[in-house]
Write a protein that binds this ligand. Structure first.
Ligand SMILES: Nc1ncnc2c1ncn2[C@@H]1O[C@H](COP(=O)(O)OP(=O)(O)OP(=O)(O)O)[C@@H](O)[C@H]1O
Length: 644
């Protein structure tokens, strides 16, 4: 026989315990053990007619108050009724009432909370106050008041306990849904034409129900206790029904002489309360991992833009999107803080406009503000037209004319739904659905258009089963469902590797060419958009500092910031060994950061006038369509000492 080396056996015991523990945890056996008493009584109660040895209401005064014996495993009560049978039927009644109360409370609470969380505003404030009031009231008093008014009985018992216990569910659901409000996923759904009811019912309630269910397992104990207490007070289930609280009342006078009357229902109530609480704790500790919320980032549709204030060059006749004098501000400590001002751009049919700038420059703000896709607190002014119509007043069906592709596809796609289900929904919202098979055919066609191989197979995949590039293609397929004339792509390739990035850019270019769509592509990388865009608007510190046809802006950059951006990335034809240059200083924050040009503090050719006068966008040397906002560009007469 082989011997263990000295000391090995000592350390192997904790290790073995750890292994068993780990195995129990992985297999879920620990949770099953914790839930066992609850399951036991649920099954016992459910099968009571089969398992109970006698009729729980059958009196036999000759067998009164018999102690436990093989004939009566838990003895008999003062009327000679079999206690085990009453315990099993009692489980049936107590747990059925508990289940009814939990169902009503959970459903009502989750729906109220989800609606309040989604709508926000005064609805949310009112619901929040009501929840606060209900939660702060002593539950048993509420129940007593309701039963006092309506009288005892099972229905009134359920109503009384539900009126007291719905509020925590509403609070949980409200918090969860409020956190999801404004997520890219919901923004995308709204843009695809999904109504409020559908968004709340299909997309917000399921994730809100998950934490509610965890709470419900803890609540089992509280409700079982509530049912028993009210029955114990004579306000719940009336005799001769076997109910655990009722059994306790009947056993109370015999506590000293016949312990088997009160102890079994007391132990059953305690076991179920403990099991419910422990189960709730275990689920709460382990159940949050696949949370949808973790993947969601904040932000939401907001305010309508108002008409333009400044004079701008006339828009091209085939312009699909015309944005004029867009300003965005957020409330801060000292009042509103502007993060974008005076932004104007347009994009023509079959053309791609790139909005470029460093991180925080305001390019995403410039692209999403016209569509109400910013944080709810954003105060947006300016005008945005989709063709000839104000975007702000656009009907939901017209909103489908705009598709949006967000940077973070994992946040847009619901991890619990297949790619096919996402696109199917977009197809139906766009009014292109039909019978299931017909919708799916359109879905597969769209997935194919977005360049996904084997669309029928991909449609059955969940988002996490696809690569980042494939998920972006799935988002593009969703956006295409509404046959949009305009596509907004917010940094669509920034999280992807270079090869996939190039393939996606090719796809966008192909869609522009084949479908004649206009696109606004947001990117921090001028080199990326150089392969794709027809025109460029360079954004710095919340203002457009240079705009124009791609060739003009990239080959003859007029603004020192644009030159800085171009020098910081590899350029075709650059001599071998050419070093990239970095720009000194930090990105400017908002148009109110300096009185003059926002870039002046970092600019190597700035003159004193640059810090005083905010430059306007004016035609640059190459053409009237190429404009830049710099006092130092050649067409201006500013001298190097700053005098004009
Ligand atoms: N909810 C908000 N509240 C306050 N300020 C905000 C909010 N959202 C954005 N900002 C500010 O607006 C400015 C522009 O942000 P924006 O997201 O448009 O920049 P960006 O150029 O797209 O940057 P990135 O590439 O990092 O997304 C930033 O200074 C940012 O801090």
């Amino acid at each position: 026989m082989r011997r263990c080396p000295a000391g090995t056996h000592r350390s192997s015991l904790p290790a073995a315990v750890g292994r068993v523990n780990g195995m129990l945890r992985r297999t879920g056996v620990r949770t099953a053990l914790v839930a066992a008493p609850l399951v036991l009584f649920v099954v016992g109660g459910g099968l009571a007619p089969l398992l109970a040895p006698a009729d729980p209401a059958a009196n036999d005064l000759a067998a009164s108050l018999l102690p436990p014996s093989p004939q009566h495993l838990l003895g008999t009560d003062q009327l000679g009724r079999d206690q085990l049978s009453r315990l099993l039927y009692g489980a049936r009644i107590s747990l059925a009432i508990t289940a009814a109360v939990l169902t009503v409370s959970l459903a009502a609470g989750a729906v109220v909370g989800a609606i309040a969380g989604y709508l926000g505003g005064w609805v949310d404030r009112v619901v929040a106050r009501v929840i606060d009031v209900v939660v702060s009231l002593p539950g048993m008093l509420v129940a007593l008041a309701v039963i006092g008014v309506r009288g005892p009985g099972v229905e009134n018992l359920v109503l009384a306990l539900s009126l007291w216990s719905w509020a925590p569910y509403a609070r949980i659901a409200r918090a969860r849904v409020a956190g999801m409000r404004g997520s890219p996923h919901l923004d995308a759904l709204r843009l695809l034409g999904a109504g409020r009811g559908r968004i709340i019912g299909r997309h917000l309630l399921p994730p809100a129900l998950a934490p509610c269910l965890v709470y419900a397992s803890t609540d089992v104990g509280t409700i079982v206790l509530g049912v028993a207490t009210l029955s114990f007070l004579g306000l719940g289930v009336a005799p001769p029904h076997a109910e655990w609280g009722q059994m306790l009342i009947e056993g109370r006078p015999f506590l000293a002489s016949a312990w088997w009357l009160a102890y079994p229902p007391g132990i059953a109530i305690t076991a179920v309360v403990f099991a419910g609480n422990l189960l709730g704790e275990r689920l709460a500790a382990g159940g949050e991992r696949p949370s949808v919320l973790r993947l969601i980032r904040p932000g939401r549709m907001r305010r309508a833009a108002r008409p333009a204030t400044g004079a701008e060059p006339p828009a091209a006749p085939d312009a699909v999107l015309i944005v004029r004098d867009l300003s965005v501000a957020y409330p801060g400590d000292g009042g509103l803080r502007r993060v974008a001002a005076g932004i104007s751009y347009e994009v023509r049919r079959g053309q791609i406009l790139a909005l470029v700038g460093e991180t925080g420059s305001g390019k995403t703000t410039a692209a999403l503000a016209p569509f109400g896709l910013l944080d709810p607190q954003a105060v947006v002014t300016g005008s945005a037209m989709l063709g000839a119509r104000e975007l702000a007043g656009l009907a939901p069906e017209d909103r489908r004319r705009v598709g949006v592709v967000f940077q973070d596809s994992a946040a847009v796609l619901n991890p619990l739904r297949t790619i096919g289900a996402h696109v199917d929904e977009a197809v139906r919202n766009a009014g292109r659905g039909g019978p299931r098979g017909a919708t799916r055919r359109v879905t597969e066609e769209l997935l194919g258009m977005a360049g996904l191989p084997d669309p029928a197979v991909v449609a059955h995949r969940l988002p996490h089963q696809l690569s980042g590039g494939m998920r972006q293609r799935a988002q593009i397929a969703m956006a295409l469902a509404g046959q949009p004339e305009l596509l907004i792509a917010d940094e669509p390739t920034s999280a992807l590797d270079v090869t996939v990035q190039a393939q996606l850019l090719d796809l966008l270019a192909r869609l522009r060419d084949e479908l004649g769509m206009a696109m606004v592509v947001v990117s921090h990388d001028l080199a990326v958009v150089a392969h794709l865009a027809d025109s460029v608007a360079v954004v710095y510190a919340g203002r457009v500092v240079e705009s124009g046809p791609l060739d003009a802006v990239t080959k003859a950059p007029d603004h020192p910031y644009t030159r800085g951006l171009l020098d910081a990335v590899p350029r075709p034809g650059a001599a071998p060994g050419t070093r990239f240059r970095t720009m000194p200083g930090r990105s400017g924050i908002g148009p109110d950061g300096t009185a003059g040009c926002g870039f002046a503090p970092r600019c190597t050719i700035a003159v004193p006038a640059c810090a005083i006068t905010p430059p306007a966008l004016e035609p640059a040397a190459t053409s009237a369509a190429h404009r830049s906002a710099c006092l130092r560009h050649p067409s201006r007469s500013t001298t190097t000492d700053g005098t004009c």
